[in-house]
Design a binder for this molecule. Structure first.
Ligand code: ATP
Length: 455
């Protein structure tokens, strides 16, 4: 395939989307910094999500809760104690593996719900080899907590231990009553949040696919028990259609419904949205019916009931929750992979073009003066456009080369200011995808672009 990870990573690095973290110090493994174009793409992704999930959705409201939370939160959620990976070391080659992955990769056995002992026995019985050295000589399973621990205040003792949140969802659950009361929302309603999460992953990798510091876009949608499966279907479809509307192709997306045996004990239904990355299918988005598990747990642990009182029926209940949880970086990667194209123009000429949805493109337009002599007038066009859109300006090299540079970063429109523009007040607009050119009046240019990038 022409879309290899090497090409995607190189383009991201060379054009200022994503740099290796702390590079001048030799890096810090699996950390990434988002450059000028990367931060723009990330913000556009988040804005596209907020627009459809909050702004245009009558049910949902926003939240920005703290990364640092009272540790009782993690007792209630099951992250302290649970949320850990069953790890085994190979005694021969000293590599570390997850027992569940060893089994699943070996013969496809689904180990959901198995105890550590059951997994260890199975690995012994089948003499499952180490994927690295091929020998069969493992340590026992040790649980490893994925949460990053730190200390609040000056004393580093256990009283002051706190954690970086491993998901944003718990900030929503603990604020359920605050939000419901102050927003005067009635069930069903949802709370949407974007923010950083941290997991001390054992096997990070595949560029920005699995990292230890990442951003999540999570919706917790609260509904009446009994209506949950309908709402689950609703959000499952809504999320899928949102991806399609951002130009994710149907053949590269699959919705994998969990079988009964695979479901978490508290979940009634779960669908993994998987995307076909260059390294294979990988989870992009998890949509789950989490029942009343989270609110019940927090009610028990905190002693504050998170019941909802329905004023129309006078019923009291703990709402069920539907959770679509999406990683910003994973979607970033999927969108860049999806958009990446090498278009053969003729035998000697191929162009790299990032066919991003215009609403996602870092720059909506780039202004190109045909000659440096036109910089002053073209500069005015740049100012006019940048009042409304992220706009680039490039006066270096041939027009053809400048077009190609913009194609590579996904800019939907190149605006050429030429000598005629001085007289007729028009510019040439070149479309990234079709390479068609059109003459447009400068005073209509902002409206022209606004119309084309609508989302
Ligand atoms: P995985 O099985 O890939 O570890 P998960 O099932 O643990 O993922 P969830 O806990 O459901 O993931 O998290 C919801 C979403 O958050 C994922 O679908 C993914 O988009 C994102 N996400 C989770 N872990 C990471 C990570 N380490 N790096 C980047 N994104 C992540």
């Amino acid at each position: 395939s022409k879309k290899t990870m090497d090409k995607i990573v190189a383009l991201c690095k060379n054009r200022g989307f994503v740099y290796p973290g702390s590079e001048i110090y030799g890096g810090l493994a699996n950390t990434w910094d988002y450059g000028p174009l990367g931060v723009a793409l990330k913000n556009n992704i988040k804005n596209a999500w907020l627009k459809k999930f909050v702004q245009q959705n009558k049910y949902n409201v926003g939240l920005d809760s703290a990364i640092l939370m009272n540790p009782q939160t993690w007792v209630a959620s099951g992250h302290l104690g649970g949320f850990s990976d069953p790890l085994m070391d190979c005694k021969e080659c000293k590599t570390r593996h997850r027992a569940d992955n060893l089994i699943e990769d070996f013969d496809g056995t689904n180990v959901a719900g198995w105890t550590n002992e059951e997994m260890m026995n199975y690995i012994k019985e089948k003499e499952i080899p180490c994927p690295n050295c091929g020998k069969h000589n493992f340590t026992d399973i040790r649980q490893f907590n994925l949460m990053f621990k730190t200390f609040q205040g000056v004393t580093e003792d256990s009283k002051n231990e706190i954690y970086l949140r491993p998901e944003t969802a718990q900030g929503i659950f603990v604020n359920f009553s605050n939000i419901q009361r102050t927003s005067r929302k009635k069930v069903p309603f949802g709370v949407a949040q974007i923010g950083k999460s941290f997991r001390n992953e054992i096997t990070p990798g595949n560029f920005i696919f699995r990292v230890r510091e990442f951003e999540q876009m999570e919706l917790e949608f609260f509904c009446k028990p009994g209506t949950d499966l309908e709402w689950f279907e609703y959000w499952r479809g809504f999320c899928r259609d949102w991806l399609y509307s951002l130009n994710i192709k149907e053949e590269n997306l699959r919705l994998r419904d969990h079988a009964k045996e695979e479901l978490c004990f508290y979940s009634k239904a779960t669908t993994d949205f998987e995307y076909l990355f260059p390294f294979g299918w990988g989870e992009l988005w998890g949509v789950a019916d989490r029942t009343d598990y989270d609110l019940t747990q927090h009610s028990k642990t905190s002693g504050k009931t998170l019941e909802y009182f329905d004023p129309t029926t006078n019923e009291k209940y703990i709402p069920y929750v539907i959770e679509p949880s999406l990683g910003v970086e994973r979607l970033f990667l999927a969108l860049v992979v999806e958009a990446y194209d090498e278009e053969v123009i003729d035998e000697k000429d191929t162009r790299v073009v990032l066919r991003l949805h215009p609403t996602l493109a870092p720059y909506k337009a780039c202004v190109l003066p045909l000659s440096k002599k036109l910089n002053e007038q073209a500069g005015k066009v740049y100012e006019q456009l940048s009042a409304d859109f992220m706009t680039d300006y490039d006066d270096a090299g041939s027009i053809g080369k400048r077009y190609r540079r913009q194609d590579e970063i996904g800019t939907p429109f190149c605006i050429t200011y030429d000598f005629e523009s001085v007289d007729d007040g028009c510019v040439t607009v070149r479309d990234r995808d079709t390479m068609q050119q059109e003459r447009v009046a400068i005073d209509k240019l902002n409206d022209y672009i606004a119309e084309k990038i609508k989302f």
